[in-house]
Structure formats: C-alpha cells, structure tokens
Design a binder for this molecule. Structure first.
Ligand SMILES: Nc1ncnc2c1ncn2[C@@H]1O[C@H](COP(=O)(O)OP(=O)(O)OP(=O)(O)O)[C@@H](O)[C@H]1O
Ligand SMILES: [Mg+2]
Length: 452
C-alpha cells in the first residue's frame, strides 16, 4: 500500500519534470530538440519503420523458411471424445515483408538525416515519389531525397519550414560576383555565384517577391568591383532608384537597342583580347588586361519582346538578337544576366524561348500561369515544378532555385527593401564605371589566325 505522502511526492516530481520540459522547450528549443525531441523521434522512427515503409509501398516480399510450432489434436482410441494435444515443429515457407535497411539517423538543427540502403530493384525516385507520405508519417515539414551513392539514398527531413523567417544576410564584399540573397530550405545560405552560373531567370507572379530578390542582389553586388547595367521598360520605375550604381539604364526601346549593341561590341573586344592571348575566357587573361565584369539586370523581360505596332517589330527583333548574343558570349567574357519576368511564355516569340535556354540559373517564385512555371523549371526535375506550384501566397519571397547541375532547392530571399538597396547603391557610387569607359564601341576584328 503506497501512503499518501509518497503519492503526493511522486505527483509533485512528475509535475516538476513536465513543467521543466515545457519551459526548456519554450525557452531553448534547439537544445530541447537535441536532448529530448530527436532521441524520442529516432526511437519512434526505427520502431515504426516497417509499418511506414509498408504503407508507402517501399517493402519487398520475400519467401523464407520458418520453423513454427503447431498444436495438433489427437483423438484417443479408448473414447472418441477423449482428446490429447501434442506440439509439433514444422518447417514452413512463409512470406515476410522486408523494408529497406535504415542506417544511423543523425540530428541537425532543422531536422534529421537518415541514410537508407535500397532494396534490390529500388531507385531513389521510388523514395522521391513518397516523400510527402513519409513527411506526414514522420510529422515532418518536408522530406527530401538525396541519392548519395549507388544503392543508397539519404533522406533529409525538416521539422518545420525554415523559410518562415529569414534574417538579413551579411554583405559579402570579398566574394567577387557572389551574393547571398537569402537562405535555402536546408538552412544553408542561398548563394548566387555568377562565375559558376552566369545567367539567371527570375520568374514570379505579381507580389511574389521578384523585386525584393533583385534588391538583395543589387545590395550584394553594389560593394563589389563590378559594373551594373539596367534595362527597365516599365518607365524605369524599378531600377531608377539604383541609378547611382548603374553604368547605364535603358528605359526606352531605342536605348535598349543602343545599350545592347554597346555590350555586344564590348564582348567582341573581350573575345579578341582572349584570342590575342590564347585564352578561353577573361578570367585567364593577365590581371591588368581583365575588364570590369558586367552584370546586366533586365526587369520585366516581356516588355522587351512585346510590340504595340509593326513599327516596333524591327527594334524588338534587334533587341532579341542582341540579348541572345550577350547571353551566348557573356559567360566566357565576363558579362552576366539577371532576367526578371512575371510571365515568360512562348507567345512572346521565339526570342524568349532561345534566351531562356541560355539562362541556366532559374528562380521560380509563386506563379499564376502553369506555362511560366514550365518555362522556368520545365526542363528540370518534375518535383521542382510541383514544389513551385505549391508555393503559397502568404510567403512572398519563397522560390524554387535551380542551378545548371539539375539540383534544386526551396529558398527564401531576406526581406530587402528598395530603400536598403538604394542606400547601398548610393554608398558605393564611386565604384560605378562610366558607360563610355565600360564598353569599347570602335569596330575591331577578331584575329582568326591565333586559335585559343
Ligand atoms: N523575402 C521576403 N520576405 C518577406 N516578405 C517579402 C519577401 N519578398 C517579398 N515580400 C513581401 O511581398 C511584397 C511584394 O514583393 P515584391 O515587390 O518583391 O514583389 P514583385 O514580385 O516584385 O511584385 P510586382 O510584380 O508587383 O513588382 C513586398 O512588399 C514584401 O512585403
Ligand atoms: Mg516588382
């Protein structure tokens, strides 16, 4: 018999433990996760794996020999009613379910990482298809599949959406042509490195976060020794605030053509420089001959391709051709593109489709029409397209980011206001290279007898 005092004591201890746990979780959720949440989750996950894998159709059936113990009734000879029971061992072939073997689960700040050995005949895609089911079964925000080695996958689970709040990124003036506009879903910084992926397409419906991302990129590039050139046919409303840091800004169709011709001419010069020195790109030129890298920012690309009347047809054609040339030649000769658009459809003409194929970096915010999502991510992993379609209106700035290597991430830009980007542009205005110094417009032949 437990006396009352002991019972009260036990209850008091229980209440103290629960209250302590609640307070720990509330005031230091990260250490609570590592100390309590993760170990409990890991035990539960291993214990329920066969059941979860079976529900997700990840198990294989195998026939196995099993010894089973059967009880057999024996009817006695003296009386028909008298029965005895004997136990007999039987060797039987039975069907057993076999789940893919789990490796050692490891915690991370955002969730956990679980390596899994694939069953024979399985491929990583089998797991990618049921990633959402696994996320629900494990009470996780999302599960992503990495195929690490042949025969193995690593599942990355995130407990809650890390993109709900994104802290502003520190400017990184030391990394030339690299900006960190936000964070990726895995908690790592989102890095845009123009030297690795030279041209970017930023798509998104209205109020989806395109300008905010552009602000973050301009703020990141402003302190770097790069030239910025703007194209803004929405009357310059988007890019004029950064005019201090722009070497040139085109706000009319005529200036667009003029600036693009200037860029193509400069590219021809850079190409000739490389040929003269027998190198394949500007980064291999002797340092004193290297020209300032140029980042071309195009706001609302559709405006460049739409024509109000036939008179504009020639200018549109010239713009499309020159922009395509800049994209084709730019990657080797230090001219990079950021092309922004609400709607990027094939109805804007073949120029858009050709340009898109040159823009290997893709950022797809929430979009309204499936064609824009298709044009932005359609040639990537179909799962990226599904993830883009699932971006809710309540989280502007969330986007699917895909690089040229086929990998993709959910990411969110840090909220960077126009005023912040304008302040950065103004503060670093002394780094602006005047247009006349930036581009060489005198005709120059490319030597064709000194192959690189
Ligand atoms: N990364 C972000 N984090 C938090 N809020 C954001 C983020 N990006 C955008 N927003 C919010 O969404 C609003 C709209 O964003 P933004 O102006 O960048 O959209 P947009 O795609 O450029 O729209 P439009 O096509 O109309 O120009 C911003 O005013 C801001 O309040
Ligand atoms: Mg905008």
């Amino acid at each position: 018999m437990i006396d009352k005092a002991t019972l009260y004591e036990a209850l008091a201890v229980l209440v103290a433990v629960v209250a302590g746990g609640v307070a720990w979780r509330r005031f230091h959720p990260l250490s609570f996760w590592f100390g309590v949440g993760f170990p409990a989750r890991a035990v539960w996950l291993y214990a329920t794996w066969l059941h979860v894998a079976s529900a997700c159709k990840l198990t294989h059936k195998r026939r196995r020999w099993r010894i089973s113990l059967d009880t057999v009734p024996v009817i006695g000879s003296a009386s028909r009613e008298a029965m005895a029971v004997v136990e007999r061992r039987h060797l039987r072939r039975v069907e057993v379910e076999r789940a893919p073997r789990l490796g050692i689960i490891r915690p991370s700040r955002l969730g956990w990482r679980l390596p899994i050995k694939l069953n024979d005949g399985q491929i990583p895609d089998d797991f990618a298809k049921v990633a959402e089911r696994l996320a629900h079964a494990w009470r996780a925000h999302a599960v992503r599949v990495l195929d690490s080695k042949p025969g193995k996958v690593v599942l990355i689970a995130t407990r809650k959406d890390p993109l709900i709040t994104v802290a502003p990124m520190a400017p990184t003036p030391d990394d030339l042509l690299t900006v960190r506009p936000g964070v990726l879903e895995n908690g790592r910084p989102w890095v845009i490195d123009f030297k690795t992926v030279p041209h970017w397409l930023l798509a998104g419906a209205t109020q989806s976060g395109k300008s905010t991302l552009m602000n973050a990129i301009i703020r990141g590039l402003a302190p770097q020794p790069v030239a910025l050139v703007g194209f803004d046919l929405k009357g310059g409303v988007e890019l004029t605030p950064y005019a201090d840091r722009l070497s040139a800004l085109a706000t009319t169709r005529a200036t667009c053509v003029q600036l693009l011709e200037g860029l193509v001419s400069e590219l021809t010069h850079r190409m000739a420089d490389c040929r003269e020195h027998g190198v394949r790109n500007v980064w291999r030129l002797p340092e004193h001959l290297r020209r300032t890298p140029i980042v071309v920012v195009v706001d609302e690309v559709a405006e460049l391709f739409l024509m109000a009347d036939k008179a504009e047809k020639e200018q549109v054609a010239k713009t499309a051709t020159a922009l395509l040339r800049v994209a084709q030649l730019g990657r080797a000769f230090g001219v990079y593109l950021i092309v922004c658009g609400q709607r990027i459809g094939s109805d804007l003409g073949p120029g858009v489709t050709a340009l898109r194929s040159q823009l290997s970096g893709r950022v797809c915010h929430r979009v309204n029409d499936p064609e824009t999502a298709n044009m932005t991510l359609g040639d990537m992993d179909p799962a990226a397209l599904d993830a883009a379609r699932a971006i809710p209106t309540e989280t502007p700035g969330v986007a699917i980011v895909a690089g040229s290597d086929g990998s993709w991430h959910r990411a969110r830009s840090a909220l960077t206001t126009e005023a912040e980007a304008e302040t950065a542009a103004h503060a670093h205005r002394e780094l602006t290279t005047p247009w006349a110094q930036l581009v060489r417009t005198t005709p120059r032949a490319i030597p064709d007898d000194q192959a690189a």
